[in-house]
Unconditional design. Sequence first.
Length: 275
Amino acid sequence: MDPGPSSASADPSPPEEEEEEEEEERDSSTGSTWVVVPGSEVLGADAPKVVGWEELQQELARLWSLSAALAAARDRKAGLAARLESALEARKAVLQQDNELAEMRQRLQSHADFMGELRMQTKEVSANVEDRREQLCVKIRTLTVADKTVGAAQSKLQEPCKLLSGERGHGRLKGLERMLRMRQQYMIGQVAQIYPVRPLNEQSPIVKPGLNSSITRTGVGEALLPNGSQNGQAPLAILGLQLSKLSIKKTSYFSDKTEIQKSATLLGYVAHVCI
């Protein structure tokens, strides 16, 4: 057994220590940390591999390349993790936006349905408004015709109104009627004073002789008139003259004309009062 290689493997040379220190510095500069693990967790710790001095450089280069590849793989893994995280975040944001868009689409659909119902109601109201407008147009035309008719009638009534409000108008006619009524009452009072009218049983103080000679007395003291009426149903008399009812019979030339003259006199009084 060659003691040279074994001693070289047991005691590392100063260049190897320098390389290990440089590697530690490089690891510390890259931000990687060394972790001490127990020997039981290290693969091949029970049977360590013995590398010769001649093969040490190659083995170190191989280990260095493997560590560099491992660092690159770690960097790639970290980049992929970051990209995956960003992709997940973007996917989450996209899903959230999809949910918001779905809610907005649902609200938009409900709003569209409401607008459709409102549009139908607007159409119905517009149709009702058109019907009401047509009815109002017909009423306006009717009112216009009625207004023209009333205007024509009013223009026709202006002349009679002017005539009524003039000197020979309604007011003057009312005044004339009032004056005529006053004059009629005055004349009636004058005629009543000249020709007093009273019941026949109330004898006037002045009675012409010979005009009441036909009045007779009955046994009970009641006055019986020539026409057969009693004082309970006494007719009217003017200046004591009775307006008697003549018997319906044919009068001759030589018959008594006293009743006829008396009735004619009374009718003359009445005609005087009326005129």
